[in-house]
Ligand binder design. Sequence first.
Ligand code: HEC
Ligand code: HEC
Length: 493
Amino acid sequence: MNPRSRAVFCALGLTTLAFSQTNPDQPSRGAVLYSAQCAVCHGSEGDADTVVARFLRPRPTAFRDGSFKLVSTTNGVPTEEDLVQTLRRGMPGSTMMSWDWLPESDLRELAREVGRLAVRGRAAALQDTALVAGRPLTLEEATQRAARELTPGPAVDVGRAAGGDAGEGKRLFTVHCAACHGADGRGLAQIRQWQQESTYPWPRDLTLGVLRGGGSDHDLALRIRAGMPGAHMPPTPLSSEQTADLVAHIKSLLPPDANERHLQRRQTVPVARLEEAPHGERDEELAHVPAMRLPLAPLWWRDEACQETWVRAAHDGTDLVLRLDWSDATRDDRARPDAAMGDGAAIQFARSADTPLLAMGTLELPVNVWRWHAYDPHETAGMTDVLERSLHQGLDVPMTDWKPRPRTESIEMSGVASAASAIGGGLPVRVTTRWRDGRWTATFRRALRARDSHEVDLQSGPVLIAIAIWDGSIDPHPGSKSITTWHVLDLRP
Ligand code: HEC
Ligand code: HEC
């Protein structure tokens, strides 16, 4: 930004959303962080048109459109504090994780970068419109107007949010909310069905307790009074007393742990030190190790997708054993003609103290992935080939002996596109699995010591891990799974 336009922006008082003082030749800290951590989903220009974004529902927000869900202002523009809050908490029910492991100053820088992208996007749109109308705008004029339009308005007065009357709240809900959320708060089935496959957000089933913006009285009152502009949920103008009544009613619909259940916040997974690390087959020993619950976010949201896994970890100074345990009503280890993946699980390890990109690392910070699939999709692809030939050429291929075999591997990955060229194979990881009564357990075991530089070395203390779970019966393609954010595996050799 040149000095003149900077003066203009300062004059407009744009300290909240739009700009931080930066040297135009030097990318700001916010821009650097954004391109390292956020661009993979939200796009380097904030248009959310990325390869990863296509696999995600809800889709990552296109900041260029300047439309947000979690706001506290009367004009629907988020303040810097709103954005920082969102970054701290993440948006449960989506792949927008919590970033609260970053220092506060970085969160502010990121919030400003989001603001800058919104202004830039709006300015470009204004220029386009002006051009069509035959009254072209210079970039500077357009940027000024965009910044003015995207200046947060006055704060919504939430008033008293607590201590309302749930009975009266129920009546108000029928009047103001049931048209979208249904009288029972479960979201109108018709709308849900119609919108399930589209990118349009459907009115939330409040009984599921998935809250993008928090479940405190204040948070809920804010959602009611400010609406969720990015989700087409309108603000409802109610008195402070009525808002409190509605909040009381909503809380009666929400499950008790709604505020915490889906939070994708970094946690520490303890690792027990045992005399001898249990072998996967011998269940009882690991069963005594306390299990840690980690929430999962389905890349493609469906209410029935896997949303949590339990982790148990132990080591004996030589080997590490990690057991994942999750619910899955159907055992999908049968071959499927489309060669999509069956059930599976993977643990991704960072190889340095820095946090790699969650989407399978980068060239600079590659990750090591231990992966198990109930059957090898490549093998199945070969089999469908054989089947076709036997059908069309009358070959008599004995298929009765063929059983899908599970596939286990440890691979190095350096980005989403590296899946095909991942370095790995071999058998440094052993996995034993069991499916019983609608639950899988998968027990991964490997030596603490890495065999080579492509593998994570586990001898020197805590490492970052992230987990993925595939459910073959509902995940429509290999990219579709449920994931955790990065957590600390508290290894103390
Ligand atoms: C794995 C993909 C992914 C990554 C990486 C990611 N986000 Fe998001 N983000 C999302 C998704 C998906 C949504 C939309 C959630 C929704 O609409 O309910 C979102 C929404 C948002 C929103 C919108 C909030 C609102 O009020 O509507 C902001 C702001 C945001 N992300 C900032 C960031 C920043 C900053 C980073 C990097 C530090 C980041 N995101 C990294 C997936 C991602
Ligand atoms: C025009 C339709 C519409 C109306 C009317 C409406 N909502 Fe919503 N509401 C939505 C949509 C759509 C979402 C989901 C947004 C998303 O996917 O992120 C939502 C989400 C919510 C959430 C979840 C907030 C969060 O943090 O994720 C709450 C709570 C809520 N609505 C309460 C209400 C209440 C109370 C009323 C009545 C005062 C109401 N809504 C009226 C469409 C509506």
